[in-house]
Design a protein around this ligand. Structure first.
Ligand code: DP6
Length: 305
């Protein structure tokens, strides 16, 4: 039986996408910049169902298959439209990191699914289009179709370079599923937060500044922007009504620890997506010291880059 396979990675946003210009097409309100996390990985396979079932089914790791969710179904719909295929699919996917807790699992999952479907249908779509198709499922997934540092302005991601010395690890403080999904969270923030309106006035300028800092490998400036952007996104969430709190007390311990480590010189940055788990970004020469500051103090650490 024919099988399609795809392997992809999560990415962590240095400038966060939060809010949509167009819900139907899933176009982000603002540009974003990310790093693809090569050491974290999702593998996905796709086959046609052998049984007489109508629904597309997906199983995560060893779990029983369930109906695919909305994000995955939008991607499948695209491939059905261009190939005319009507048969139900069975998708198997596994990741080497915990899902659904703000570790960008949807980016990794959707981008791996896009690659598996492209392989399954032998469509061989160009990267830019694959990235656009991933966006239809989940906009952050569009960035995972590229390695290294990726800039996404509106419809698809573009590789903008590599920063070889950059090292990143995730700090897992909870494996509980997030209570407010990012799609729903963005909707609430853009409707109710006045701070979010203010964010729109400055975020593109900040994006330009970080791209320049990355190009010129100015870590201090880069790290300060990364932390400010994460703080601003979470402040907008807290300013939403009802307020959304992704970070918890342990997440705030991560923030404090980084500011402590940075007291003489900026050697690391934290950033949080829509969940309590953090990502710590540093440079190779400081990696061991920064990692130990967490690992030796009861935090669970996952190497990401
Ligand atoms: C906080 O890409 O999960 O991680 O497009 O609705 O699926 P949808 O949202 P999603 O949102 C990601 C939000 C973020 C920031 C980022 O990755 O840029």
């Amino acid at each position: 039986m024919r099988e399609g396979v795809g392997t992809s990675h999560p990415n962590i946003a240095f400038i966060k996408y939060w809010g949509k210009k167009c819900e139907e097409e899933n176009i982000p309100m603002n540009g974003s910049v990310s790093q693809t996390l090569g050491r974290m990985c999702t593998e996905t396979s796709v086959v046609h169902t052998e049984d007489d079932v109508q629904d597309d089914l997906i199983s995560y790791g060893e779990s029983e298959p369930t109906k695919v969710d909305l994000k995955a179904s939008r991607v499948i719909k695209y491939f059905r439209e261009i190939t005319g295929d009507r048969k139900a699919l069975v998708i198997r996917t596994k990741s080497n990191f915990p899902a659904c807790c703000g570790l960008a699992s949807s980016a990794s999952g959707i981008s791996a699914l896009v690659l598996a479907l492209d392989d399954f249908y032998r469509t061989r779509l160009p990267r830019e289009l694959l990235s656009s198709v991933a966006r239809m499922g989940s906009a952050s997934a569009a960035r995972s179709l590229h390695s290294g540092i990726v800039h996404m302005q509106s419809t698809h991601g573009e590789h903008v370079g590599e920063w070889e010395e950059l090292r990143i690890f995730a700090v897992v403080v909870s494996s509980a599923q997030k209570r407010v999904g990012s799609t729903e969270g963005m909707r609430c923030t853009s409707r109710t937060s006045s701070l979010f309106q203010k964010r729109q006035e400055g975020v593109e300028k900040r994006l330009e500044r970080i791209l320049e800092a990355i190009r010129e490998k100015r870590f201090r400036e880069f790290a300060l922007i990364v932390m400010q952007d994460s703080n601003e996104m979470h402040a907008c969430c807290a300013d939403s009504f009802p307020p959304i709190f992704y970070m918890n007390d342990r997440s705030r311990d991560i923030v404090e620890k980084i500011h402590e480590l940075n007291s003489d010189e900026v050697i690391a940055a934290y950033t949080f997506d829509a969940g309590p788990n953090g990502f710590v970004v540093t440079l190779e020469p400081h990696y061991e010291r920064v990692r130990r500051a967490f690992a030796d103090h009861g935090f669970s650490v996952i190497e990401a880059l």
